[in-house]
Design a binder for this molecule. Structure first.
Ligand code: ATP
Ligand code: MG
Length: 215
């Protein structure tokens, strides 16, 4: 199955959560994973390559890919039903090459924050995605949530977003997220992300794999 991390809002944690989710699937759920970095900035891929010089065997492969290569990637990864493919893309939804990507994925994970701009962009983004792909599950992750802040709009925002998909528990603001790599996740961070990732895994990835088995 193919999971896309996306939101047109920049800096909401798409790349960070894509890496943490890939690590979680590999380390906690023992899944076979491949991560495609489709952002021209190649932040994940460059880090992966740099770490590969120093570290042992990676948990999974990280590939750099162009958006135009999606059709090829799609046909290759679908040959292996057990493989979970994770795509990280840049924010810009004006790019026409993103259309087939939105249309071809099974699950869209959309990190966001409760500020006005992030919420507005997230709703606009969801409308576009829903028009392009009626079937994909959309999962919204409130990210960088500060424990000492009261988010006045939380309930109303969650209600609007639930028209498009599921809203998970929040992921807190954590200084140690700056240091994550594709090679390992410290237990302290696993603990923080697991409540959110367990739900996504159990509800959407595990069930999806089971539905394949039945076919
Ligand atoms: N929960 C968190 N706590 C603290 N810092 C975080 C958290 N999530 C993400 N960050 C930090 O926020 C910054 C932006 O995250 P990231 O690069 O993952 O966002 P993005 O959505 O991929 O951005 P872009 O749109 O540029 O691709 C990074 O410095 C990252 O370390
Ligand atoms: Mg990114």
């Amino acid at each position: 199955m193919i999971t896309l991390f996306a939101n047109q809002k920049g800096g909401v944690g798409k790349s960070t959560l894509a890496v943490l989710f890939a690590n979680y699937l590999s380390l906690v759920q023992n899944k076979e994973v491949v991560l495609f970095d489709m952002d021209n900035q190649r932040s994940i891929y460059n880090k992966f390559q740099a770490a590969q010089v120093l570290e042992n065997k990676p948990l999974y492969e990280v590939e750099a890919a162009e958006m135009e290569q999606f059709a090829t990637i799609n046909s290759i990864v679908r040959e292996n039903e057990n493989l979970v493919t994770i795509l990280d893309v840049a924010g810009n939804i004006e790019n026409d090459h993103l259309i087939p990507v939105f249309q071809g994925v099974d699950l869209i994970i959309c990190p966001f924050a409760y500020d006005e701009f992030s919420v507005g962009a997230t709703i606009d983004f969801s409308e576009v995605v829903r028009t392009l792909n009626e079937k994909a599950k959309i999962i919204f992750i409130p990210n960088r949530i500060k424990t000492n802040v009261k988010y006045e709009t939380l309930e109303s925002v969650n209600k609007v977003l639930s028209n498009f998909g599921a809203v998970t528990k929040p992921i807190p603001e954590r200084i140690d997220f700056q240091r994550i790599t594709t090679f390992e996740t410290p237990p302290s961070i696993i603990q923080v992300v697991s409540p959110v990732f367990d739900l996504i895994f159990n509800e959407f990835i595990h069930k999806y794999a089971r539905s394949w088995e039945k076919v």
